[in-house]
Write a protein that binds this ligand. Structure first.
Ligand code: NAD
Length: 500
């Protein structure tokens, strides 16, 4: 099979640009190079921003009904090409096909939210705030918006931002992950099929060079970023220093607390699906289960029994869990297994050398479980982003809650219990942005907003939902006077205008 070339999309068509540097794209289940992706030089980014800026000047004045129609037609195009999109995700990310389809479904929810843009952009009006004076507030688009996304959701995360940005009247430059870049071009094609004018949505492929140019380009007004915490911090600091509004979503270490009164089968099911779905490469994955005494032994037994039934292998063969995204990432994740053993944790299931339903050269690591993990161990403190689940024992609800709140991250958390009053205390006191009660992966529905606290998000607006509309618009307040008769001639008045 010849390797394909993946390039940029600028002003409504593929754009090859300078193409002085390229990266390899792998099929992680086969372990082979299937493509080469162009890495944008600064000039390529400038071309994308220029196209976006030019397109924005007319798109910002497009009618709300036209923007809504484009979103409805974008949804139809995504549905038409859904299986093609899922296949591309699996081929470059490795997640199993059903999971790839699941991320498309969650992305579609945001497109559906954006279809309601006429209602979302309603402003305010006050009549007669002063004599013959009225006040109107309107939401206007921001301009050229950069969207920089991670490898783990090549469709869903771009769809958290682009539909709302576009529906609000902005133009977008997307910089997807260089590890699985092809889906971004399919999204661009779907938007073009939906009748979006050329230049309103552009894609630049590449690495830090492209990102840093977007962060410093004077015509980029807003930056939405999703990725690891160190890069999120860099994006936030650099973007704000260059006077842009920035929302930068970072990494996570999500805890799931299981109380003794919980339905243990439901909790074990949840731990396994949230710990090993997408091979643990989800920012909302559960990476720590906090078992509150005395449930630990029984819970670990039920999790272990379920893990034995998981089939790891090629995501196109109906397996439960696919490979890791690259060999380097697989090796990094596997190195944590040694680190966990050295730190004194009990290795209950070792995923190294697990049976896989696939060719051997893929980037495989089976589901791995540690028990009695000491909170100082690197498997507890670091975001591993792989199929390694840690169980920590806590003597009481209070100590479990303290453990969650001591984490520097605050993306997602879950509590499993049948005690409503403890559930209410947990949701009130836990310092985490997204909380599940008997729900392991509490990704908010599209009418709400997605975002963590602490080192999981820099900035003050979350993704999509009402926060998304707020982020992609700026408000303007117009105070107007239309007197019925000409005012009598009077002396100029230099006093501060009051409302009479
Ligand atoms: P990453 O931080 O390596 O890359 C994210 C994006 O930043 C990519 O487009 C990449 O090209 C770019 N980038 C990488 N290094 C850079 C640098 N030094 N300077 C400028 N740009 C750079 O993240 P990843 O490995 O692609 O994705 C996994 C991470 O994303 C995990 O930490 C995960 O928790 C996080 N994530 C968070 C959320 C969330 O909502 N909080 C959602 C998904 C993923």
């Amino acid at each position: 099979m010849t390797a394909k070339r993946i390039t940029h999309w600028i002003d409504g068509k593929p754009f090859t640009g300078t193409a002085a540097r390229q990266g390899e794209v792998f099929d992680p289940a086969l372990g082979t190079v299937t493509g080469h992706v162009d890495f944008a030089a600064e000039d390529d980014v400038d071309a994308a921003v220029a196209a976006a800026g030019a397109a924005w000047r007319s798109w910002r004045s497009s009618t709300l009904s036209r923007r809504a129609r484009v979103m409805f037609d974008f949804r139809a195009a995504l549905l038409r090409r859904r299986s093609e999109l899922a296949a591309v995700i699996t081929a470059e990310h490795g997640k199993v096909l059903s999971d790839a389809d699941g991320e498309i479904a969650r992305g579609l929810e945001v497109v559906e939210f954006a279809c309601g843009i006429p209602a979302l952009l309603k402003g305010g009006f006050s009549e007669s705030v002063s004599t013959q004076i009225d006040v109107t507030s309107i939401c206007q688009p921001v301009g050229v918006c950069a969207v920089i996304t991670p490898f783990n959701f090549p469709v869903m995360v771009p769809l958290w931002f682009a539909p709302i940005a576009i529906a609000c009247g902005n133009a977008v430059v997307l910089k997807p992950s260089e590890k699985d870049p092809s889906a971004s071009i399919l999204l661009a094609e779907c938007l073009a099929e939906a009748g979006l004018p050329d230049g309103v949505f552009n894609v630049v492929q590449g690495d830090a060079i492209a990102v840093n140019r977007l962060l410093t380009h004077p015509d980029v007004r807003a930056v939405s970023f999703v990725g690891s915490t160190p890069v999120a911090r860099h994006v936030y600091e650099t973007g704000t220093r260059h006077a842009k509004r920035v929302q930068a979503l970072g990494g996570a270490k999500n805890h799931m607390v299981v109380l003794p009164d919980a339905d243990l089968d439901a909790a074990a099911d949840a731990a396994v699906s949230a710990g090993f779905g997408s091979a643990g490469e989800r920012c909302m994955a559960v990476s720590v289960v906090v078992a509150v005494d005395p449930v630990g032994d029984e819970l670990v037994a039920r999790i272990t029994e379920r893990m034995a039934r998981l089939r790891t292998g090629d995501g196109r063969r109906g397996c439960d869990m696919g490979p890791l995204v690259t060999a380097a990432h697989r090796d990094r994740v596997a190195s944590y297994i040694d680190a966990g053993v050295e730190a004194g944790a009990t290795l209950v299931v070792d995923g190294r050398g697990a049976d896989v339903d696939a060719v051997e050269d893929g980037f495989w690591l089976g589901p791995t479980l540690f028990d009695n993990v000491p909170p100082g161990a690197s498997i507890y403190t670091d975001e591993i982003f792989g199929p390694v689940l840690s169980v920590v024992r806590a003597p009481s609800f209070d100590e479990a809650l303290d453990l969650v709140n001591a984490s520097p991250y605050g993306n997602g958390t879950a509590l499993f219990t049948t005690d409503g009053s403890l559930a209410r205390r947990f949701q009130h006191e836990v310092e985490v942005g997204m909380v599940g009660i008997n729900v392991p992966i509490p990704v908010p529905a599209a009418a709400y907003s997605f975002g963590g606290w602490k080192a999981s998000l820099f900035g003050d607006t979350h993704a999509y939902g009402p926060d998304g509309v707020h982020f992609f618009t700026r408000s303007k307040v117009v105070t107007s006077k239309w007197p019925r008769t000409a005012a009598p001639a009077s002396r100029p008045d230099l006093n501060f205008p009051g409302n009479l």
